[in-house]
Design a protein around this ligand. Structure first.
Ligand SMILES: Nc1ncnc2c1ncn2[C@@H]1O[C@H](COP(=O)(O)OP(=O)(O)O)[C@@H](O)[C@H]1O
Ligand SMILES: [Mg+2]
Length: 269
């Protein structure tokens, strides 16, 4: 996982994550229909696939000290998940640099790293290895994780593809929050499960926050951001529009959602 060459450990000691002038673009095929006929037509005319570039993150600067709990808010398409994937080392920066101190346990779009043909138990082990834990360390936690996820009897040894969506999300969340990561990335994870599971997740999150771990939370649950985080940023069209106290940032963002216009002080962005 965080072994890409752009992830270094040469950070000042107080910093968990440092992001310098980060830009990330996706190249997408413009072709509307991917039919065999279209492909043949194109090939016969000697045309290449037309691509378009989407700039998902643009020139982002961010320093996150150890022990911070940072909430990230912003509209759909703002670049939040792209930023999380880049910090996790899954997506290479197009430009700029990300430095990370510590091991990361990621929960990106809930269990993205899971292999569906393996059992829940095997996925927990893989998740732990990816997070830098030893096999013995993981094995001592597997039962606790299965327990946290509230899986029905026997499901922990069944292939993950047999799980319901709810079971899948709960295992993914359980893995991420029980791996005692130094840095935890949660992308819209607080919404997994029913009311009882949500409460349990929230309590576990609060516990992690109290343990002074570094946590990044992408969520539309603004009240959870206010309650859990000690810092918040607002992303808008790939840029960081505002950064500050959670209550202030979520209030500004909520106003924007209601009014549909950016505050006048941000018009230049
Ligand atoms: N895999 C991808 N391929 C192409 N474009 C993508 C991909 N993932 C995200 N995008 C685009 O990048 C932008 C940012 O998306 P994303 O990071 O998912 O935002 P958010 O998580 O804030 O909703 C959007 O315009 C989205 O359409
Ligand atoms: Mg997203």
């Amino acid at each position: 996982m965080p072994s890409a060459s752009n992830l270094t450990n040469s950070l000042p000691e107080n910093l968990a994550i440092k992001i310098e002038n980060l830009s990330i673009s996706y190249k997408i095929n413009v072709e509307s229909k991917k039919t065999l006929k279209n492909a043949i037509m194109r090939a016969s005319k000697g045309e290449r696939v037309r691509t378009r570039t989407v700039e998902a993150v643009k020139g982002l600067e961010l320093e996150i000290p150890h022990g911070s709990v940072v909430g990230i808010v912003g509209a759909n398409g703002a670049g939040k998940s792209t930023l999380m994937r880049a910090i996790a080392g899954i997506l290479p920066p197009t430009a700029g640099k990300i430095s990370v101190n510590g091991r990361i346990s990621t929960l990106l779009a809930l269990g993205v790293g899971f292999n569906k043909s393996l059992s829940g138990r095997d996925n927990i082990i893989l998740g732990g290895l990816a997070a830098g834990m030893s096999k013995a360390e993981i094995e001592s936690q597997t039962d606790a994780i299965a327990d946290f996820a509230d899986l029905p009897e026997g499901f922990i040894d069944m292939p993950v593809r047999t799980y319901s969506n709810g079971m899948y999300s709960r295992v993914a969340f359980a893995v991420a929050v029980n791996m005692t990561p130094d840095i935890l990335l949660l992308d819209e994870a607080l919404s997994a499960g029913d009311a009882a599971f949500k409460e349990k997740s929230f309590n576990r999150m609060r516990q992690l926050c109290d343990e002074a771990r570094t946590i990044l939370i992408v969520s539309h649950a603004l009240s959870s951001i206010n309650e859990l985080c000690n810092h918040a940023i607002w992303m808008h069209k790939g840029k960081m529009l505002a950064s500050g106290k959670p209550e202030e940032i979520t209030e500004q963002y909520l106003k924007f959602l209601n009014v549909g216009e950016l505050p006048s002080s941000y018009e230049d962005l």
